[in-house]
Write a protein that binds this ligand. Structure first.
Ligand code: DSN
Length: 418
């Protein structure tokens, strides 16, 4: 599919590991919902000479000389992102989604302020107030949960908002597969005069393609990664469509000098390339197939009476609740890995197991779809997962499936050697 140069160094020790990682990626089925494969252009951009440059500051206002071409690249990246997301403001400097959230929170809040965000086990992210993360340590996070059906419960959000009067409500998620009504979220924010920040890291690609409710018209601030459904380089962005230019200034200075030094120029270059790749029908068709593949897999799991959190999916992922199968997420993650099927264990709502064990696994289709798998392949994988869960630790089953996975992967190479 994409071209790749395997030999990038004469350092044998490193080359060997690089080669092995390529073989691993080629021969394993990646169902980690946050992973994807980048194009050759994005891959090359990250290994380009822009990696040599320091560029602290903003376009035309840098702390180092020699930024003439960096300025051009950052400008193109910003312009392309503005067009892609239909927004007035973009910052392409955040090194990651976590950095983007850190910068966004600190642009408008003071440490200790109250924020209302989604509970981690109900689908939220570590940076949405987990007590082991900066967000939970620096801010007073209150958490909303999904209801019994596994859907976002707006009346509960309103109740918590009125009670705790947060300065910010955080929407967005990393393991929630349902819908979200952003208009309602904004209405609740307005009622308590709070900022609405939506973290679209997981669903950015689907939003661009018009396949998931778009929070951009409603949120004051939008944060995202660029490497999940968006399929660009690992990195973060911050967007806004707010009228207040002062807000944009605050975000800019919160990113730099607030919480970052020099931006990763080679990654900004790769972001610019990825944004262009996300224009148009080809990208949209890819996102449509991501969703079709999720639905195809869910159909198989439902036929076999597996429990799916939220009872289905409106995006690129779903959670299997393994409690009635009497097995933990950790055990299944390990067992599947032995058959070359890569998933991550994931807590389910109000899980009684810790995050290193869990009662569920998260399954996502962005990566398999990117390498060309359609519904047929997705359903086969779902059947193999079911067999591995049901047949316990049967070595023959695992080896037999590993062989089938290998054969399927060979038909859908990710990177061609040049
Ligand atoms: N680690 C990412 C995920 O898997 O969802 C979020 O940061």
């Amino acid at each position: 599919m994409f071209n790749i140069k395997n030999k990038i160094t004469k350092d044998k020790k490193i080359s060997k590991i690089l080669k092995k990682e390529k073989i691993r990626q080629e021969n394993q089925v990646t169902l980690i919902a946050s992973e994807n494969y980048v194009s050759n252009a994005v891959l090359s951009a990250q290994g380009s000479i822009f990696t040599n440059k320091y560029a602290e500051g903003k376009i035309k206002n840098r702390y180092y000389a020699g930024c003439k071409y960096v300025d051009k690249i950052e400008k193109i990246a910003i312009e392309r992102a503005k067009r892609l997301f239909c927004v007035k403001y973009v910052n392409v400097q955040p090194h990651s989604g976590t950095q983007a959230n850190f910068a966004a929170y600190s642009s408008v809040l003071k440490y200790g302020d109250t924020i209302l965000g989604m509970d981690l086990s109900h689908g939220g992210h570590l940076t949405h107030g987990s007590d082991v993360n900066f967000s939970g340590k620096l801010y007073n996070f209150i958490h909303y949960k999904t209801n019994k059906k596994g859907e976002i419960d707006y009346s509960n959000i309103r109740k918590l908002a009125k009670k705790h009067k947060p300065k910010m409500i955080v929407g967005g998620f990393s393991s929630y597969s349902g819908d979200c009504n952003w208009k309602k979220m904004r209405k609740i924010s307005n009622e308590i005069n709070a900022f609405l920040l939506v973290d679209i890291s997981h669903i950015a690609g689907l939003i661009i393609a018009g396949l998931y409710n778009n929070p951009i018209p409603y949120a004051h601030i939008i944060t995202s990664t660029t490497h999940k459904t968006l399929s660009g380089p690992r990195g973060g962005i911050i967007l806004s469509n707010h009228d207040d230019k002062n807000l944009f200034k605050k975000i800019d200075s919160s990113v730099f000098p607030g919480c970052q030094g020099g931006p990763l120029v080679h990654v900004m270059l790769a972001k610019a390339i990825a944004f262009k790749e996300a224009y148009g029908q080809k990208f949209k068709n890819y996102q449509i197939q991501v969703i079709k593949n999720v639905k195809a897999m869910i159909k198989i799991f439902k036929k076999e009476n597996f429990k799916i959190v939220s009872n289905g999916s409106k995006n690129h992922l779903f959670l299997l609740d393994l409690r009635k199968n009497n097995v933990t997420g950790k055990e299944i993650e390990e067992r599947l890995y032995r058959a070359n099927i890569v998933v991550n264990k994931n807590n389910i709502p109000d899980d009684d197991k810790k995050p290193s064990i869990t009662s569920g696994i998260r399954i996502g289709t962005p990566a398999i779809t990117r390498r060309g798998f359609l519904e047929r392949e997705s359903q086969k994988i779902a059947k193999w997962i079911i067999q591995i869960i049901k047949e316990k630790d049967n070595l023959n089953t695992i080896l037999n499936i590993k062989n089938k996975v290998y054969k399927m992967c060979k038909l859908f190479p990710i990177y061609k050697n040049k």
